[in-house]
Design a protein around this ligand. Structure first.
Ligand code: BGC
Ligand code: ZN
Length: 363
C-alpha cells in the first residue's frame, strides 16, 4: 500500500510502498484511512529535527491526526463493527511495570519517557491506506461528524489543557466554567482556533493574539466565532493589556518563547498559563525573570505544560466538535482549509506553510 515515509538518515521524505498491516490480536481492529491532518509536528519531522522510525526500520510512516473506517475486527472486539468511523489516539504506553501512568492508560503522563507515538516516535503513523490498532486506542465518531472529525486530535490538545486548568483551579471556589473570566489564546493556527472554540463554549471572554495583521482569513474566522482577534504586529503588548485587562487563562498554542514570556506579564491574580507549543531550539533570550517570579508568587499564578491526550480528552473532543458544529457550522468547516491527494505530500510537508489545517484525503 502507499504511504508517506520519512528517512531521517538519508534526510528524505518519499511516497513509498509499505506492507499492509494485519490483525494479530483478538481486540485489534483494521481501519481504512479516510483522511489525515498535517501539522507543525509533521513538518518538523520532515525537517529531521524530530521523529524516530521504529526499531529496525530506516523510515517512519508519518501522520498522527487520522479519521478512518473500520473494515475488519478481531474476534473479541466489543466496541466496534465494520463500517464504524474511528479516530485513533497518538501515544502508546511504555512497557515498564513500574510506570504507574502507563499501567492505568495514562501514557500521556508516561513517567519513563519510553512511550512511543504513532507517526512521531518509533511507531508508524496513519499517512497510509490501512492501519491496525487495539480497540482501546480508538474513539468512535458519529457519522454526522465525518466531515470535521479529522480535527479531533488537534482539539484533544485543548481538551487536555482545559482539564489541567480545571484541576489547577480546583484550588479556588471558581467552579467549572469560564463565566466572567478572560482567556487569551496565543496563536491562530488550528490548535489555537480549536482552543478558542473550546474556551468560548465554556463561557470565557476570549481574545486571540496572533502575529498576522488583520484582516486575514484567520482573523475573520476568529471574529466570526465571537472571539476577538488582535494582531501582535499592529497592537504591541502594552496596548493589548488595556484591551485584555488581567487575564485569567492563557492558552499558548504558538510554540514561540519570546512572545509567550512577554504575555505572561499580563497574567492576572490566580491566573493559569498553559503551554502547549513545542519550540525548536533557538539562541537564549532575555526575560524579566525577577518581575515574572514576583508575580507568580504574589498573584498565586500557575504555569503548566501539557502534551498529548488520554481517551477522556478524545471523548471530550468528539463531544465538543458536535457542539461547535451546531454553533459555528461554517467556521468549523473553514478550519479545514483544503484537502489534497497523497501525491501532494511534498509541498504540504516541506513547502510553504499555507492555510489553517491542510488534510490529505486517502480513501
Ligand atoms: C501531537 C501529540 C504529541 C506531540 C509530541 C503533537 O503534535 O499532537 O500527540 O504527543 O506532538 O510528540
Ligand atoms: Zn499534530
Amino acid at each position: 500500500m502507499k504511504a508517506v515515509g520519512v528517512f531521517p538518515k538519508k534526510r528524505a521524505v518519499d511516497l513509498i510502498t509499505h506492507a499492509p498491516p494485519q490483525i494479530h490480536g483478538p481486540k485489534q481492529v483494521k481501519i481504512c484511512t479516510i483522511e489525515v491532518g498535517v501539522c507543525g509536528t509533521d513538518r518538523e519531522i520532515c525537517s529531521f529535527a524530530y521523529g524516530t522510525p521504529p526499531k529496525g526500520s530506516d523510515y517512519l510512516v508519518l501522520g498522527h491526526e487520522a479519521l478512518g473506517e473500520v473494515i475488519e475486527v478481531g474476534p473479541e472486539t466489543r466496541r466496534f463493527k465494520v463500517g464504524d468511523l474511528v479516530v485513533p489516539s497518538v501515544r502508546r504506553p511504555c512497557d515498564h511495570a513500574t510506570c504507574a501512568p502507563c499501567r492505568v492508560d495514562r501514557q500521556d503522563f508516561c513517567s519513563t519517557g519510553d512511550f512511543t507515538e504513532r507517526g512521531i516516535k518509533m511507531t508508524h503513523g496513519y499517512m497510509t491506506e490501512f492501519f491496525v490498532e487495539e480497540e482501546k486506542f480508538l474513539t468512535p465518531v458519529p457519522q454526522e461528524l465525518r466531515d470535521v472529525a479529522v480535527l479531533v486530535e488537534p482539539l484533544t490538545v485543548a481538551e487536555k489543557a482545559l482539564e489541567q486548568v480545571w484541576k489547577v483551579q480546583d484550588r479556588l471556589p471558581w467552579g467549572n466554567n469560564g463565566r466572567d473570566k478572560t482567556a487569551v489564546v496565543l496563536g491562530a493556527g488550528p490548535v489555537g482556533i480549536l482552543g478558542a472554540m473550546a474556551l468560548l463554549v465554556r463561557g470565557f471572554r476570549t481574545l486571540v493574539y496572533s502575529r498576522s495583521p488583520a484582516p486575514n482569513p484567520k482573523s475573520e474566522l476568529v471574529n466570526s466565532l465571537g472571539a476577538k482577534y488582535v494582531s501582535s504586529q499592529a497592537v504591541p503588548l502594552e496596548k493589548f493589556a488595556l484591551e485584555s485587562g488581567p487575564i485569567d487563562v492563557v492558552y499558548e498554542a504558538v510554540g514561540v518563547a519570546s512572545v509567550s514570556f512577554e504575555l505572561l506579564k499580563l497574567l492576572g491574580l490566580n491566573g493559569v498559563f498553559v503551554f502547549t507549543g513545542i519550540p525548536p531550539q533557538k539562541p537564549a533570550i532575555p526575560i524579566e525573570a525577577d518581575s515574572l517570579m514576583r508575580d507568580i508568587v504574589l498573584k498565586n499564578q500557575v504555569l503548566v505544560g501539557t502534551v498529548n491526550a488520554d481517551a477522556g480528552a478524545f471523548a471530550a473532543a468528539i463531544h465538543d466538535l458536535g457542539v461547535f458544529k451546531q454553533r459555528w457550522p461554517d467556521a468549523l468547516r473553514a478550519v479545514i482549509s483544503e484537502r489534497f491527494p497523497m501525491d501532494a505530500y511534498r509541498e504540504l510537508l516541506v513547502g510553504k506553510n499555507t492555510g489553517i489545517k491542510n488534510v490529505i484525503s486517502i480513501a
